[in-house]
Write a protein that binds this ligand. Sequence first.
Ligand code: SAT
Ligand code: MN
Length: 612
Amino acid sequence: MAKTIKNQVAQERRETVAYTVKNEKLKQWVHEVAELCEPKEIYWCDGSQEEYDRLMSQMVAHGAAIALKKRPNSFLFRSDPSDVARVEARTYISYPDKDEAGPTNNWIDPVSLKKTMLDLYKGCMKGRTMYVIPFSMAPLDSPMAKIGIEITDSPYVVCNMHIMTRVGPQVIEALGTDGEFIPCLHSVGAPLAEGQEDALWPCAPIEKKYISHFPEENLIWSYGSGYGGNALLGKKCLALRIASVIARREGWMAEHMLILRLISPEGKVYHICAAFPSACGKTNLAMILPTVPGWKAECLGDDIAWLKIGPDGRLYAINPESGFFGVAPGTSHDSNPAAMDTLEKNCIFTNCALTDDGDVWWEGHDDPAPEHAIDWKGRDWTPDNPEPAAHPNARFTAPAAQCPVISPDWEKPQGVPVDIFIFGGRRTRVQPLVVEAFDWDHGVFLGATAASETTAANIGAVGNLRRDPFAMKPFCGYNMADYFAHWFAMGDRLGDKKPRIFYVNWFRKNDEGKWLWPGFGDNSRVLKWMCERIEGKVGAEETPIGYMPRQDDLDLTGLDWPMERIAEALEVDIEAFKAEVPDMEQHFAQFGARLPERMKIQFEEYKKRLGL
Ligand code: SAT
Ligand code: MN
């Protein structure tokens, strides 16, 4: 039972805590934040099912959450129409020196950014409960685990954090009296006046939103948004932006990568880490059901990998999260059966459509569009409506342990040894199905020049081609040129134990706009080729952009797909690659003298191979 203790520091403010907190730094920070944000009460989360159920019923009673009749213990939320995705334009990496943030990050100096945000935080939790969430990224018994404390005024965030991270008093216990934690401060930025009714999805207007990182202090301040990566601070803010800085300092890597285990018919195990930008199919690949005969797959993570060199000199990967925050539209029994099974119970849905029988629906679902539904904005919807029923970035939050193909080793404290890195993106044209890097440095060049069409995962235009190096453009907490250098350095340290590097594009279309490759489970055919390349069992052709399979090198057994389209998917249009060199030139130029010499050499060699 929670006992209520009287707060010694503040005036009359109720504080509920069900366990003993011995860490003075933590207590002091929590009370400082309470003084600043002026919540009506403080509540320390214990991560229990009882807590989750209680907060959910409060949100159902208020109308912010809708209990889904068709799915046990599952709830639908509708965000404010302005708060539907990450806000890269309002995301800041704040060092005293702008060059430390580099050209790919937004920057404001810490003194003025803190001043602006302190003004916003002043009294911002009035009328609300301030929740203190002790959480661990990676299992607590992992040497990779990092402890964060998120303070938030959003019960929606608390429930999502329960699923996405490991929350509870065991984290406080692990902190002891003087353990280190990463402070993550979050407010939806919507104080309530006396008697004012709360919005169903409180948030601040775009120009008041700030997702700020102070890497020199391991500090995260987020204000004004309740959505996903803006608000669940363990995810992009801690496990990628802050962790990438710590990782570079300490000689490991924090990457925007899924982790997948592939098992050959002979029982040989391969681990693959793949980096694609948000909403480019990481969750689908992570849960792949291979169609290539005899091969099996297991999922270890769908979004983030922390990678560290183990005692045997190999690189080990662990997923710091405990849930999936995946894109709902397009998810079906066809595209991702394992995800559909994962979603059957205990899930949170955000911005999906609500059917009349009390279930969720989205575009690309197996079930045909319902005759009537309530759309993500809460309006009546029928199939003749030109607008989608679910927002394109509608999400599910689902416990990873519920995934039918989750690997028995997904929480192994030391992680799993990585054999293959894959980079890629969503490109309708030019980029062929798969390329193997000539060597590590060439692979780093492929990662650094990765390009993808923008998606609904960020507020902004969709479908524009942009360079998204290593799928880390929105998530690298320091100068991207130094991040490139870190990749080269990791390769040197790994020596002959380096994973092999590949680049893929599942999304190429022909002139008529038809897909050239079937994708989904058939991507296992490409993965098999990669594994067999490692074994030296299968051939490839040398091209100016890397090694590529000839059509015969891919196992296409049982594939019902026009073979001429596969030939086209594997075509290398040298002129098209040449035409992109000026854009690459510009991309690299933004890093100035900080661009590693080895990258310049790679670029020169690339141009030479293209005949430039
Ligand atoms: O909203 S999130 O940042 O968690 C999703 C994504 O962009 O990958
Ligand atoms: Mn992501």
